[in-house]
Ligand binder design. Structure first.
Ligand SMILES: [Zn+2]
Ligand SMILES: [Zn+2]
Length: 351
């Protein structure tokens, strides 16, 4: 089968031919129909993450295997099943949960696969969806998205799930307490939509691109702020009062510093983005203001199922999705566009 892969220290996406896996036991092989393109893929292609003064976290040194086939927002059609598979059959269309843990540690037993220390995520440590087919290690990771547009459904495996899980960490709040969302790309827009669908009425979106802020308004943001046109004091003014919560989908030194500055006593900052950097926080203020800081990375299988159910009930407004063909050139182009920040909503590659 064809895969569109990344090699170490090389930003080119290579079209390679690899053996098609044969599913065994509870494994399922799916033909890829849609593969969403995530900002995380740009960091994976670049080979690591910016850890501020600690340098860079190198994926090669962390033992990631190459060629690496990215793509973790995948909808596929079941092509072949292992001999113990009972819940799906050939021809079924399914969304794949990619954040796969070891299955035996405490976090996995409690349903937090995404917190597993030995996790092997699809599209990172296992071959992902920028390929003709994808092997899923257990049928339990397949979710029926009947009734949903497959391109939109694909985005629920990461973008949607990440937004859902982050919003889950700040609720319940008073519906009129200010919430600030840093970053109004695909994730931020989804978070705004989910906040609205869960009854929240006071949402300020912050982004350096005015057209993203316009999309944020359409999704239900009540205020918007472009940090290119004003400082932290101007942001505080735009928000109107100290924020009960911040969800930071950028999470660089500047946004995390602003998040800390604008929070109310007892407020929570949920740090999601992987743009990297670091932040200096006065520790006494952290205590006096009782600020909670929580990191958030994707979400659980149960949360993804819950998000799909909400979407099927019509309670999650769609985000803008741009479809492009699935090819090595398009994978490369999509990653370039995301790196440059020139995309509103989500790119989904279509086989
Ligand atoms: Zn992602
Ligand atoms: Zn585990």
């Amino acid at each position: 089968m064809h895969v569109f892969a990344v090699m170490p220290d090389d930003p080119t996406i290579h079209a390679l031919e690899v053996p098609t896996p044969d599913p065994e036991g509870r494994q399922v092989l799916l033909k890829v129909l849609r593969a969403g393109v995530c900002h995380t893929d740009t960091h994976l292609r670049a080979g690591g993450y910016d850890l501020g003064s600690r340098g860079t976290m190198s994926l090669k040194e962390r033992g990631i295997e190459y060629p690496m086939v990215l793509g973790h927002e995948v909808v596929g059609v079941v092509e072949k099943v292992g001999d113990e598979v009972g819940s799906v059959q050939v021809g079924d269309v399914r969304l794949i949960y990619p954040w796969i843990g070891c299955g035996t540690c405490r976090q996995c037993r409690e349903g937090h696969d995404n917190r597993c220390a030995a996790g092997k995520n699809l599209g990172v440590a296992r071959h992902g969806g920028y390929a003709e087919s994808i092997l899923v290690p257990d049928e339990k990771y397949l979710v029926d998205t009947d009734g949903l547009d497959p391109s939109w459904a694909a985005t629920m495996a990461c973008s949607g799930l990440t937004a859902y899980s982050a919003v889950d960490k700040i609720l319940p709040l008073d519906p009129d307490e200010p919430v600030v969302i840093f970053g109004a790309g695909g994730l931020g827009l989804t978070a705004i939509a989910i906040l609205r669908s869960r009854g929240h009425r006071n949402i300020c979106a912050v982004d350096v691109a005015d057209r993203n802020l316009e999309s944020a308004r359409v999704m239900g943001a009540t205020d918007t702020f472009n940090p290119g046109t004003g400082d932290a004091a101007a942001l505080r003014e735009a928000v109107g009062a100290p924020a009960g919560a911040v969800v930071d989908f950028v999470n660089n030194g500047a946004t995390a510093t602003s998040a800390f500055e604008i929070l109310a006593k007892g407020g929570i900052m949920v740090q999601v983005g992987l743009f990297g950097g670091e932040v200096t926080i006065p520790t006494a203020l952290l205590a006096l203001r009782m600020i909670r800081i929580e990191g958030s990375f994707v979400g659980t299988l149960a949360q993804m199922k819950e998000l799909v159910r909400l979407a099927q009930r019509g309670e999650v407004p769609t985000i803008p999705v741009v479809e492009r063909p699935l090819s090595a050139t398009e994978v490369s182009g999509a990653l370039d566009d995301l790196t440059a920040g020139g995309v509103t909503g989500r790119i989904v590659l279509r086989a």
